[in-house]
Design a protein around this ligand. Structure first.
Ligand code: T5A
Length: 255
């Protein structure tokens, strides 16, 4: 678990400093991994777009509950929003992942890592379209889960990040902070492959190594309504910033 003091320090956003630099003037020779990312949102002259918001945390930290609540809240504010989650178990790749997580199939650690990543890549283009059309996406787990869980198994962290490079960088990562012990006391724990206390302790360490100062940490042990209120404020601010059109989409981990 991260210390309360360190949470307060983790409020500066640095991701878009890089992004602003990276995309200013948009020189073609510098555009490496971004594929079909545009310098600006050509469909919308003001560049206004939806926000890409990611919730991360240990198993049972409360991500799914809060993602649902966030989408309801945003819609209530008249903001177009959708709930997404990874793994997306509905695709062919997602079905392979689901079989692995429920222990009905066995896969090499590297193989399952790449499948999780492929599951994000197969949704990337739709994600970009939605964001550019002004829809905010509230995403339950993203690349950070991929890296945190696989590196907790002992895979090299840089190797784990590599297949994620060039996916869309989130505008906001909110980490629902809870100790592995507390999370394990919550309903339904233990049903899937990774829901084991000792492993979740390693995952918590991996998240610690992975986070940067732009992440927002929320104490997930608070009553569910208090967590909800804190997230609403953080996310609302982020959505308003993205609406202004000054923050183009950027590629993840490409610097
Ligand atoms: N994974 C995932 C990888 O290894 N690589 C990857 O690339 C990706 C994307 C599946 C697994 O796959 C791994 C990580 C996972 O191990 P999942 O389906 O998202 O990922 O699994 P979980 O994280 O376990 O999702 P859950 O839906 O089970 O947990 P949530 O979403 O964190 O928690 P939630 O909201 O369902 O709440 C759990 C319980 O706690 C209660 C709820 O009512 C519920 O009973 N609760 C609270 N109780 C008290 N106080 C609060 N504040 C509470 N908030 C929620």
């Amino acid at each position: 678990m991260f210390s309360a003091g360190s949470f307060k320090a983790l409020v500066l956003k640095k991701t878009f400093n890089f992004q602003a630099q990276f995309f200013s003037n948009c020189p073609p020779k510098k555009l490496r991994m971004e594929g079909n990312l545009n310098c600006c949102n050509r469909g919308n002259k003001k560049g206004s777009r939806g926000a890409l918001v990611v919730l991360e945390g240990l198993d049972r930290s409360g991500k799914s509950s809060q993602c649902r609540r966030l989408v309801n809240y945003l819609e209530g504010q008249g903001i177009s929003a959708e709930l997404w989650r990874f793994p997306d178990r509905n695709t062919d790749v997602g079905k392979l992942i689901s079989a692995y997580l429920t222990n009905t199939s066995q896969l090499d650690d590297h193989t399952i890592h790449l499948l999780f990543s492929a599951n994000r890549w197969e949704k990337r283009s739709l994600m970009e379209t939605k964001l550019k059309s002004g829809t905010t996406l509230i995403v339950d787990r993203y690349s950070y889960s991929g890296v945190a869980f696989s590196s907790a198994k002992g895979l090299d962290i840089e190797w784990c990040k590599a297949p994620e490079v060039g996916l869309l960088a989130p505008d906001l990562v909110a980490y629902l902070d809870i100790s592995p012990e507390k999370a394990s006391e919550r309903g339904g724990y233990g049903g899937e492959r990774y829901e084991m206390l000792e492993f979740q302790k390693k995952v918590a360490e991996s998240y610690k190594a992975l986070h940067d100062v732009s992440w927002k940490f929320v104490d997930a042990c608070q009553p569910i309504e208090d967590v909800e209120k804190q997230l609403q404020e953080i996310v609302h601010n982020c959505v308003m910033e993205c609406r202004k059109g000054k923050q183009p989409l950027s590629p993840l981990w490409s610097n």
